[in-house]
Design a binder for this molecule. Structure first.
Ligand SMILES: Cc1cc2nc3c(=O)[nH]c(=O)nc-3n(C[C@H](O)[C@H](O)[C@H](O)COP(=O)(O)OP(=O)(O)OC[C@H]3O[C@@H](n4cnc5c(N)ncnc54)[C@H](O)[C@@H]3O)c2cc1C
Length: 485
């Protein structure tokens, strides 16, 4: 397991707790000046069990779940819960299965700060480690990024519950019922699925014999014992960033690594780094585009994956024992006694362990919480028929979500409450673009999601809001000649 705070040459310098405390005091003062977080304004409703309904439950306390929670809380939707099955500090990939030393993205990205400068990664890092340390920082080490996310939740006292796995969600008119793995039940007006790219969605190709897992093969997000691979022959299938990160870990543990790549060469350009790809026009504009344009853009993105980061390639090349074979699709991976057999271009190769670096699925089938609802969920394949050259099984199986990331019924009226479920994860990317995928899009995505929920909640509650205004009777003119008792 990679713990960048301990092992990485990019580890942070000594923290300055007094400086961080001053920063937190400044943050509190600035939020106070802005009147944030807004007071809770949502009238209380009751669930079918007679208990107060939560206004929103966010499933997942990773970067996107926290971003959504911050956006809602700042806007006065404060009767919420954020649930994560992981222990505190181990949400998401950063210190679990992300095996790079630093984030791939630049250090200057704000993080899920929701427009508050003191909540940005730069402000937090500078306060904790000093401005000079910030100046020399190359990119955010994984462990430091996780620390920053933990700080955000703590400094804002977000209502996160760890060790809380949601096992099922069931929409109804007016609310969604959530069943937890421990048998507990919650009712909420809206559910936000911020479940990320997690092991549930690990994509294992059909050519991998399931018998290989877990002793002879593991996906890049599996809990691989790299030390046990010392002196062994490891095959890596795939050439994305995580495949390279895992190759580096294996090499550094003393294994030899053979990487098998279908393509003739590595992709050269990260299209996501084009300046306009992180502009408001691209982020906010995507969801307003016609279906044909969104499909074509999503199809283009799927055909233009990012190359592995430069530093990741150099990390791999720094260790002996690495071989890469291009134009080498693996057609079969199977168990052969105590070895892993691979068929590559008709040639049989033997290894001790196989790392499957084929990424994550992003269809409705890749979100366990949506599986039991999938027959009700409108998918892109139901609503859009692309030209033959743009056909894609993955895109056609992705949910067609509205501009608040809300699901839509396949047959109107057949599944009451379905639109109370918001998919705030890469599974919504065909509909929403990159505001639900990576670090750059998190603030715009959280803004779009929270605005929709604020507007929808206000519309549902307008009578209660009106009654509350009508009941307000604080008289202004006591002590003047014009006071009417
Ligand atoms: C290996 C890796 C490296 C990446 N590096 C970068 C990078 O450098 N730069 C960048 O911009 N993007 C990167 N990304 C993409 C993206 O930024 C991350 O995936 C990021 O973690 C997304 O945040 P998230 O909140 O959507 O998901 P996550 O951080 O994965 O959080 C989802 C959370 O949901 C919880 N959860 C899931 N199901 C349930 C359930 N049923 N009940 C309760 N909790 C549940 C999980 O425990 C998890 O903590 C990377 C992704 C991966 C996989």
């Amino acid at each position: 397991m990679n713990d960048a705070t301990v092992t990485s040459p990019t580890a942070a310098p000594r923290p300055d707790p007094a400086s961080l405390a001053r920063h937190e005091a400044r943050l509190a003062a600035e939020l106070g000046m802005l009147g944030l977080p807004a007071k809770n304004w949502v009238p209380l409703r009751h669930g079918p069990d007679g208990r107060p309904l939560l206004d929103a439950v966010i499933v997942g306390a990773g970067m996107y779940g926290l971003g959504a929670a911050i956006a809602l809380v700042l806007q006065g939707i404060r009767n919420i819960a954020v649930l994560d099955r992981s222990p505190e500090g181990r949400e998401g990939p950063w210190v679990t299965f992300a095996r790079m030393e630093t984030l791939r993205s630049p250090k200057t990205l704000p993080g899920p700060a929701n427009g508050i400068p003191a909540l940005t990664f730069e402000a937090w890092y500078g306060a904790k480690y000093g401005a000079a340390a910030w100046d020399v920082l190359y990119k955010a080490p994984n462990g430091i990024w996780q620390d920053y996310l933990c700080w955000l939740r703590n400094v804002l006292a977000l209502p996160v519950r760890n060790g809380a796995e949601v096992a099922a969600i069931e929409p109804h008119a007016g609310f969604v019922r959530l069943t937890l793995a421990d048998g507990g039940v919650l009712h909420a007006r809206r559910v936000v699925l911020a479940t990320g790219r997690n092991p549930d969605a690990a994509s294992i190709p059909d050519f991998v014999d399931p018998d290989l897992l877990p002793d002879y093969a593991g996906h890049t997000c599996a809990d691989i014992d790299f030390q046990a691979l010392s002196g062994r022959r490891v095959a890596v299938v795939g050439s994305g960033a995580s495949a390279w990160d895992n190759a580096a870990e294996a090499l550094e543990a003393g294994a030899s690594v053979d990487m098998f790549v279908r393509r003739e060469s590595l992709p050269q350009v990260n299209k996501g780094r084009a300046p306009i790809a992180t502009s408001p026009g691209f982020f906010r504009g995507w969801s307003a585009l016609p279906d044909a344009t969104r499909w074509a853009m999503a199809h283009y993105a799927s055909r233009h994956p990012a190359p592995p980061p430069h530093e990741t390639v150099m990390r791999v090349l720094a260790s002996p024992g690495f071989t890469i074979s291009f134009s080498s699709p693996v057609s079969k991976a199977f168990r052969d006694g105590s070895a892993v057999g691979l068929a590559v271009n008709g040639v049989r190769r033997n290894f001790d362990y196989l790392i499957v670096g084929t990424g994550f699925g992003a269809t409705v089938d890749d979100v366990p919480l949506l599986r039991q609802l999938r027959h009700h969920i409108a998918l892109w394949g139901d609503l859009y028929d692309p030209p033959a050259e743009l056909r894609s099984h993955t895109l056609s199986r992705s949910p067609w979500v509205g501009r608040g990331f809300e699901l839509r019924e396949r047959a109107p009226g057949a599944c009451a409450g379905l639109s109370r479920i918001h998919v705030f994860s890469p599974v919504a990317a065909t509909s929403m673009g990159t505001v639900c995928t990576d670090v750059p899009g998190v603030n715009v995505g959280a803004d779009m999601l929270s605005r929709f929920i604020v507007e929808a909640t206000a519309a549902e509650d307008i009578e209660a809001i009106g009654a509350s205004i009508d009941a307000f009777a604080e008289t202004e003119l006591i002590g003047t000649p014009f006071h009417v008792p």
